[in-house]
Ligand binder design. Structure first.
Ligand code: 16G
Ligand code: MG
Length: 615
């Protein structure tokens, strides 16, 4: 098959007679819990471990996803096999509920219990409890005593161990009698999109239902092109020479292959005469061209604040004026560029939140100048750069909420608090959620503006806002869709990355991690801005921040800030510090690392002071 062709999923029907207990027990027993694991934890975004430790979890999660689908009366759910931005030896699983978003928190607990059941006997007891729950909830669908219909969508990233792990999930889900739709290699947001679209009754009516790979590309491309076509007002609607070619660093992972397929749709748009503003997409760092996520990709670029290594031969001489980096499963994106003097500039998730929220708010105000009809806001995490939070509050004049790290928390906060909720973590994971009031607003604006001139500014705003829910992935952050959204906004504003970067200057910051014997000794408050245990740690961190504020004479300006939290994806404690100078941020982070090492059972030698060398 041509490598640019979207692939079709494989459908595996479930065993017509689900396995009897003894056979299920044998399947579970064949994949025992490794002795090195005392307890599997669900972490920030599902289970994530070195691949060799995962077969036990994956068999049980195949069973679990089937039961989750049954508990929802046959709504379709998903499992994505990926360790995202982690190194190649790791793997993991992210679970998608029927609305396409993250697994419900109560069911997360059931997943953890099943993963950790000490043996098949305990696992079967849990399986029976969950089966009974599903049957009790849907008595009509289970008249013959069987479980309701079950459908599980599966996707995987490009890691070498993903296919055998996927095979285990498929086998276990089928053993329960579930139908498995195997999408093969896809990005995480694509898998979430498929699940959301498979449950059409949960999809907002303005989004066309397309539950396959070509549908995914088409919806995105059509809404993107529609957005570009509105570029007829003001000084925008220009593609500057500096944004004519968009170079995409695919982290040597799945995102690169998928952008390549997306190119087909671009070619189709061009053939249909839609040439307004389309950039050339130049993808580099394909799977196999370099080690996954190593010295490239969003995680490396954002955490190290360095440009990615370009492994592809085709990268020779490429322009560095307009670049993005995806992470290994393409649910994160950051932008970056090299200026004329060769200096590297990063535009992270905070910058994306500022660009996107101010754009949406400006368009809404063209229709509703008071800005009262729809409540907009931005959800950030403690990692958001202090300058971005100030800019959002003081210049964009929008609501800002700080939530706990992890998509499940920021997504829930955006959904709960706002009619248009923009959330982006500084690491580049984010999206925009549109709630029922937004759709009502669009419908009433549509009725009110019907018959008014097409080039009336309110009408243009309406056309722009109307396509956003289809362009922006409504289930999770999506590197490809976010990239297209940002590109379209830059085009409509007539900006390039340097104009966007100049909106505000980031406070210098430093991130680091420390190994401790048991990272659970550190607990934090709800939004992770302060440690609640050990008590002495927060007291010492506060003293360090105060001393830095005095040293930097930060009166009136943003104050130096530092927080620590146990990682949810790695065996480490994370440190974040920001100050008015890089030296200050480095010194604050170094001090926090030494404190963690001393007060929280650090492993090995005490950390050495950090020094940032800028390019
Ligand atoms: C995962 C999360 C991301 C979070 C990161 C924090 C999802 C889909 N992804 O990648 O949102 O920022 O973990 O990692 O939830 P940490 O807990 O190791 O710092
Ligand atoms: Mg990811």
């Amino acid at each position: 098959m041509h490598r640019n062709m979207p692939t079709s999923p494989k459908i595996y029907h479930g065993n017509s007679t689900p396995l009897a207990d003894a056979e299920l027990a044998a399947l579970i027993d064949a994949h025992p819990k490794p002795s090195s694991i005392s307890e599997y934890s669900y972490g920030t975004a599902g289970f994530r471990y070195e691949a060799g430790l995962l077969p036990c979890v994956f068999v049980r999660m195949g069973i679990f996803t089937a039961l989750r689908s049954a508990s929802l009366g046959g709504e379709e759910v998903g499992a994505m096999i990926t360790a995202s931005h982690n190194a190649e030896p790791d793997n993991g699983m992210k679970l998608a509920d029927s609305h396409g978003g993250m697994l419900d928190a109560a069911w997360e607990e059931h997943a953890v219990s099943l993963a950790n059941a000490p043996d098949s006997k305990h696992a079967l007891a849990l399986i029976h409890t969950l089966s009974d729950y599903a049957k009790g909830n849907h008595p009509d669908a289970t008249a013959d005593g069987r479980l309701p219909k079950m459908v599980v969508h599966i996707g995987r990233d490009t890691r070498s161990h993903s296919p055998p792990l996927a095979a285990l999930v498929i086998r276990a889900a089928r053993a329960m009698g579930a139908t498995v739709i195997d999408h093969g290699e896809v990005s995480t947001p694509m898998l979430h999109h498929f699940v959301m679209h498979a449950n059409g009754h949960l999809l907002p009516s303005s989004i066309p239902q397309r539950c396959n790979e070509s549908g995914y590309y088409e919806i995105m491309a059509m809404s993107y092109a529609a957005l570009l076509r509105t570029g007829t007002v003001g000084s925008g609607g220009k593609r500057l020479p500096t944004t004519s070619t968009l170079v995409i660093d695919g982290a040597c992972g799945i995102g690169a292959s998928k952008v390549d397929k997306f190119q087909r749709i671009f070619a189709k748009l061009r053939a249909e005469g839609c040439t307004t503003g389309l950039p050339v997409l130049h993808t580099v760092n394909f799977p196999g061209e370099g080690p996954l996520n190593e010295e490239c990709g969003a995680e490396f670029v954002q955490k190290q604040q360095l440009p990615p290594k370009l492994y592809s031969k085709s990268a020779a001489g490429v322009s560095k004026e307009y670049m993005t980096s995806f992470d290994g499963d393409a649910d994160r994106v950051v932008f970056h560029f090299e200026d004329k003097s060769g200096k590297f500039h990063l535009l992270d998730g905070d910058k994306i939140a500022v660009l996107v929220s101010s754009f949406i708010q400006d368009e809404l105000r063209c229709i509703d100048p008071d800005g009262k009809a729809v409540k907009c806001g931005v959800v950030q995490t403690a990692y958001a750069n202090g300058s971005s939070t100030l800019y959002l509050k003081n210049v964009v004049k929008t609501n800002v909420i700080i939530a706990k790290t992890g998509v499940k928390f920021v997504h829930a906060a955006a959904h709960h608090h706002f009619d248009v909720g923009v959330y982006f973590e500084a690491n580049g994971h984010g999206t925009v959620l549109f709630g029922p009031k937004f759709y009502d607003f669009i419908a009433s604006a549509d009725a009110r503006l019907r018959g008014t001139p097409r080039h009336n500014r309110a009408n243009i705003a309406l056309r722009r806002l109307r396509v956003l829910p289809a362009l922006v992935n409504q289930s999770v952050g999506d590197a490809m869709s976010d990239m297209m959204l940002v590109d379209a906004i830059l085009f409509l504003r007539g900006w390039d990355l340097s104009t966007w970067a100049r909106l505000y200057s980031d406070m210098p910051s430093k991130q680091a991690k420390v190994k401790v014997a048991d990272r659970t000794v550190i607990t934090t408050n709800d939004n992770e801005t302060a440690a609640t245990a050990p008590v002495a740690l927060q007291i010492a961190l506060q003293a360090a921040m105060d001393a830095m504020a005095t040293q930097e004479n930060a009166d009136g300006g943003p104050k130096p800030r530092c927080f620590v939290r146990p990682s949810g994806t790695e065996d480490a404690v994370r440190v974040y510090a920001e100050a008015n100078t890089q030296k200050g941020a480095d010194s604050l982070a170094s001090e926090a690392m030494v404190l963690i090492h001393k007060l929280c059972g650090g492993v090995g030698e005490p950390p050495q002071p950090l020094i940032t060398n800028r390019l």
